[in-house]
Structure formats: structure tokens, C-alpha cells
Design a binder for this molecule. Structure first.
Ligand SMILES: O=P(O)(O)OC[C@H]1O[C@H](O)[C@H](O)[C@@H](O)[C@@H]1O
Length: 433
């Protein structure tokens, strides 16, 4: 990926960052890079994720999924980092696949029932993913899915792959039923695990090229260096950090490709959980080009000056011609392509923000394929790690999320957790109809 930070400069935007400030920040980038390189070399928790392009073994994944390789549908049961990386990949590359990829990452009972009633379970495979093996939503959904398979007379043990940590309830269950299983690599937090089995099992079942995904990521890894001016990922991490320091507390991720909508969800988790701590962090927002030009753009161009917009330009998409028309006012559209229109809208929107002095950054891809996607995922992970170093936070923990997990467990009688008491102590001021 390439990154263009021109529209984030103080000469264009406010808040903006001057070239001089970026040069001063570059000294901190050099220190941060040294820390990151050391962490990678010593396989330290979190930093190890940046080694995945070299460590992940596609053959191991291929052999684990062999028993279900012919599935018409793959039900991935997982949440957060155990679903969004895989979903980003299979949604982005969906056109190349005959297998329907479904992600059960919510416990909405009607929605789950709808999927289970609709699918031909005999030709459906289950991909259960949980790093900890204890996440209530994932385990509950798995129990429900399992029972649906049993009721339909389908042997779920023949149709299930498990990806989890070394130990825990899901590992035990997988051992007990002798299920094909893969391990979430040590030192790799869920939201950084897209390029491991966590993200790649679904990609393999859907027929995507794992080697190309990893090669794209490895090429991005090659760019990591001690200067933001030599490394697109660091340029992004450092610029967003500098803009946040100057008041851009919101980062709206706006891919200009329908296929990358899920990528914005993945990025939101990565950015929010990694950097949102110690009263610091930048709030990720999600939007889609061109659709949200007609809903959110007004706010981004004329609302409070607290936002950075990050565009993802997908490069050339396979175009579709817009037919000629004899309606005079529409004649400018005839003979062009939808892709051309998309590109023009993107450039116009980018220019409109710059003209209003609103900071924006452009991430450029050369198409949406495995190689480019691998580079994008890796690049944004590296950007996040770099930003975490600059903020001085612990990028790889998420203690604030654990609090609500304990409260939920306490409420359901799954143990004695003082966090659950806070639910009963809620302050109420209800206005009734
Ligand atoms: O993979 P799991 O252990 O099931 O965790 C799934 C998700 O749940 C948590 O609440 C964390 O905040 C996420 O970072 C994690 O990705």
C-alpha cells in the first residue's frame, strides 16, 4: 500500500501537521521502530503478530480444512478479533468464491435461528474460533449450532474445525471429539491475528490464495524502517497520532469499495482496542464511499474540526459501462463507467475536504486481491503498533473489555463477580410514555 499524507499537512488543513513537526516526530518513530524490531526479534507478546507473514504455514491450514473443503457454506463462530479478520478477507474477495461465508459474531437469537433454518446443514461446515476458548457469546453460539446439526441428523464432529489457544474449554472439547484443530499462535492478540489460522481458515475454505495474502503482508513488512518517510505504515500511524494530538480525535475510515466495508469494521476494533486506554486514543468511525457521501460527508466537511478522514482507494476495479441516454441532463454519464464515476466521486470528495481545510489521508491499493489485502492488513497493524508506541500505551491489552465480560458472567450465575453488582446499582431517571 501507498499512503499520501499531503492533505494532513498544516499548509492544507486545520488541524494539520507541519512538515517540520513530522520531521521532529520522525526521531520518535526511529526509537519506536527500534522497540518494535526488538519485540519482533524476541517474539514478545503482541509484537510477534508482525512476524506472522513469515511464521504462518498455509499447508497446516490446508490440511486442517481438508475434511470440509467442499462445503457450500462456512459458519464461522467467533467474535471480535476471532471473526473480523476472516470476515474482512472473505468479504473483500467474495467474488472469487463459491462458498458462502457467514459469521456468527452476535447472539441475536432471531438472526442465528434465521441462518440455521435457511442453511443446508449437510453441506455446511463449522469454524469455531476463540483465542481464549472462554468467550461466552462464541461458546453459546457453538452449543446452539451443534444442537441444530444434531437435530438435522448431521454429524457435527465431521463438519467442524476449531482454532483456539493451547488450553481452555474449547481446546478440551476439540480434543475430546478429536476435531481437526489449529492453534492461535502464542503472542498474537486476537485483533492482530488475521494473518494466522484465525483469519485464514475461512479464506482457505472459500478458495482464496493464502500464499498471496502472506506475500503481500511480507512485502509490507519489508518496508518497516526507522523513518516515517520511508514506510507507508509508519507514515499512517505517525500522522494519525500527530493529528490526534492536534485535536482530530475521530478517525473516519472510508474505503471506496463495497468489498472493503468489513475492513473498516476490522480497523475499528484494531484502532479502538489497541489505543483506547489511559484516557488516550482516537475514536474510529466507519463510513463507505460513495454511499456515505450522501449521509456523513456534511458533518466531515462542516462539523467540528475534530476529525481525520482516511480514504482507502482500491485502485482499478473491473468497470461496468453506463449506457448512453437521450436524456440531455444525464448525457455526461452515458458511455463512462460506474468505476469511473466512483473514482471521480472519490477525488471530488477528497478535494472537497481539503478545500474546506479538513485533514484527510489517502491509502492507495492496486486493486482488491489477496496480495493487496495482505499488505493492507499488515500495514494497518504495523501502523497501530507504531501509534501505540508514540502514545506510550500498552497496545496489546484490553482490560476495559474484560470488565463487562465479568459483569455478564456474574449476571448469568457463572461466578461471583463484583462487576455484576454495578448493574443493580445503575442510576435511573426514566421518562415513561
Ligand atoms: O478470541 P476470543 O478469546 O474469543 O476473544 C474474542 C474477542 O473478545 C474480547 O472481548 C476482546 O476484547 C477481543 O479483543 C477479542 O478479539
Amino acid at each position: 500500500m501507498n499512503v499520501d499524507i499531503g492533505n494532513a499537512l498544516a499548509s492544507v488543513a486545520s488541524p494539520g501537521v507541519s512538515k517540520d513537526s513530522l520531521e521532529r516526530l520522525d526521531e520518535h518513530v526511529a526509537d519506536a521502530h527500534e522497540r518494535i524490531e526488538g519485540g519482533m526479534a524476541n517474539a514478545e507478546h503482541g509484537y510477534e503478530a508482525l512476524n506472522l507473514p513469515r511464521r504462518t504455514d498455509p499447508d497446516e491450514i490446508r490440511s486442517a480444512v481438508e475434511p470440509v473443503a467442499d462445503a457450500d457454506a462456512l459458519l464461522t463462530v467467533g467474535i471480535g478479533g476471532s471473526a473480523l479478520g476472516a470476515a474482512t478477507i472473505t468479504d473483500a474477495l467474495a467474488d472469487e468464491s463459491d462458498t458462502e461465508a457467514i459469521y456468527l459474531d452476535n447472539v441475536d437469537p432471531e438472526w442465528i435461528t434465521g441462518h440455521l433454518e435457511r442453511l443446508d446443514l449437510e453441506n455446511t461446515a463449522i469454524n469455531v474460533v476463540s483465542r481464549s476458548g472462554t468467550t461466552a457469546e462464541t461458546l453459546a453460539n457453538f452449543l446452539v449450532v451443534r444442537e441444530a446439526f444434531e437435530s438435522a441428523g448431521v454429524d457435527w464432529t465431521e463438519r467442524t474445525i476449531v482454532t483456539t489457544g493451547e488450553a481452555g474449554p474449547l481446546r478440551e472439547l476439540s480434543d475430546r471429539h478429536d476435531l481437526p484443530s489449529l492453534k492461535v499462535p502464542d503472542g498474537v492478540p486476537g485483533r492482530f491475528s488475521a494473518l494466522s489460522a484465525v483469519g485464514l481458515v475461512a479464506a482457505e475454505v472459500c478458495g482464496h490464495d493464502l500464499e498471496a495474502l502472506l506475500e503481500g503482508a511480507a512485502a509490507e513488512a519489508e518496508t518497516l524502517s526507522g523513518s516515517l518517510f520511508d514506510c507507508p505504515a509508519y507514515a499512517y500511524g505517525a500522522t494519525t497520532y500527530a493529528l490526534d494530538q492536534r485535536g482530530a480525535g475521530v478517525n473516519a475510515m472510508v474505503p471506496y469499495a463495497e468489498s472493503l466495508e468489513t475492513y473498516a469494521e476490522w480497523f475499528a476494533q484494531l484502532w479502538a482496542e489497541s489505543l483506547g486506554k489511559d484516557d488516550l486514543g482516537q475514536t474510529p468511525a466507519r463510513a463507505l464511499g460513495v454511499t456515505d457521501q450522501h449521509s456523513q460527508l456534511q458533518l466531515y466537511r462542516a462539523g467540528p474540526r475534530d476529525k481525520l478522514v482516511t480514504f482507502v482507494s482500491p485502485g482499478d476495479l473491473e468497470d461496468r459501462e453506463i449506457p448512453e441516454t437521450d436524456v440531455e441532463d444525464l448525457s455526461y454519464l452515458g458511455g463512462t463507467g460506474l468505476g469511473e464515476l466512483l473514482e471521480a466521486e472519490f477525488e471530488a470528495t477528497e478535494a472537497s475536504l481539503a478545500a474546506a481545510g479538513r485533514p484527510n489521508v489517502r491509502i492507495e491499493l492496486e486493486g482488491v486481491d489477496e496480495y493487496e489485502l495482505g499488505g493492507l492488513l499488515y500495514g494497518m497493524e504495523a501502523a497501530t503498533v507504531l501509534a501505540g508506541e508514540l502514545y506510550g500505551v500498552n497496545t496489546f491489552e484490553q482490560p476495559a473489555v474484560e470488565w463487562a465480560k465479568k459483569a455478564t458472567r456474574g449476571l448469568l450465575g457463572g461466578g461471583d463477580f463484583e462487576e455484576a453488582d454495578a448493574v443493580a446499582e445503575k442510576t435511573a431517571l426514566r421518562i415513561e410514555r
